[in-house]
Design a protein around this ligand. Sequence first.
Ligand SMILES: [Zn+2]
Length: 115
Amino acid sequence: MEENKSEDFSKYALGLGKLRRRRWFFWGVILVYVPSIWLSLRLTNSDRQTCKVFAVWYLFVFISSILAAATKCPRCGKLFHVNGFIPLYLRRCLHCGLHITADKKQRKKAAPENI
Ligand SMILES: [Zn+2]
């Protein structure tokens, strides 16, 4: 899964950008869990109401995880985070090894030469 150094990753920028947005949405929803449950318990002081907040949060996690898992790799065209049945939200494509920020890294490396 060694990345070809001469490969132009800028052509994958659109697909990788979409992938990064979906990943941010997914991890953001997970990060919101503790504050939202804490706030709900604080404001409502009710387990029943907090259970409803949890149900909404769970729905968002479910949707965001499906969206992130269903995104295809712009290089190989296979599902970026799924190889088999279980999604793994790693930073590299599970099939071709394309890094989630390959286009940004290449742009940074190329920038000093352009000045
Ligand atoms: Zn791939």
